[in-house]
Design a protein. Sequence first.
Length: 271
Amino acid sequence: MKIGIFNNETSESQRVTKLLRDEIERAGLEYDDDQPEVVITIGGDGTLLSAFHHYIDSLDRVRFVGIHTGHLGFYTDWRNFEIDDLVDSLVQDSGQSVSYPLLDMHAVYSDGSVENFVALNESTVRNITKTMVCDVYINNQLFENFRGDGLCISTPTGSTAYNKSVGGAIMDPTSIGFQLAEMASLNNRVFRTLGSPIIFGSDAKLMLRLRDDNDHVITCDREQMRQKNEKGDRHLVEVTYQVSDKRISFAQYRHNNFWNRVKDSFIGGAK
Ligand code: NAD
């Protein structure tokens, strides 16, 4: 089996990377960053997000494993002192995996250019200087006029990240769909939005059509999309979201209960 390693820059991640490489070699496994079958990330959730985008074109043949060097993560199941156990699991690997849905985003700009991205956690559309004004279409029908800071569109596994901070619901990661959560919407007698998060099913299409060309920021996980073209004269016109045909797969060597992880991370010692 071919193993790739993707680590962040901290000294602890470098140390664990060296240790892991030695153990992979000792166990007779093949180290291959170019065509890996299993990618082991070393760092935190952010490192796994970066690895996901690095291997985005190989998602159909790559399974991920996350080692965390800091706090417990949502995508990282192994601790930095469990390298021996992890390598034993790799040696005994029989191809087992668990996969989760992703979010396709299709952005259209004023110069006619388009960009397509796939998000593991979420995409946000925000205005950095003024109130964001946009029309929200669900399945090609106008649903509401949004005014506020912005909108967060998240995957089921991303629902515990930014989405949760802006009041979105936590989704069971085995469900197929995506979620829209408002960021500081303006609600008064004149302007009105639904005011609660919406969870969409697998076939839904969500489109945000921006009303003006002010400083919009569109993000996909850790990345902010390039807004300007070479001449610096394009702006975001609309973004469409739907469940992606692609999925992310994790090599499942141990059973981690998602709701225990939510409880440990956000509640702590409930009795
Ligand atoms: P970061 O290092 O600031 O990470 C933010 C935190 O989000 C970390 O503690 C990380 O463990 C956690 N996280 C990431 N994915 C998660 C998930 N699926 N469920 C629960 N927690 C998760 O930033 P980064 O490493 O560049 O990560 C980017 C992510 O940070 C974005 O995808 C977004 O979800 C999140 N973020 C959150 C906020 C917020 O909560 N206000 C703001 C910006 C970005």
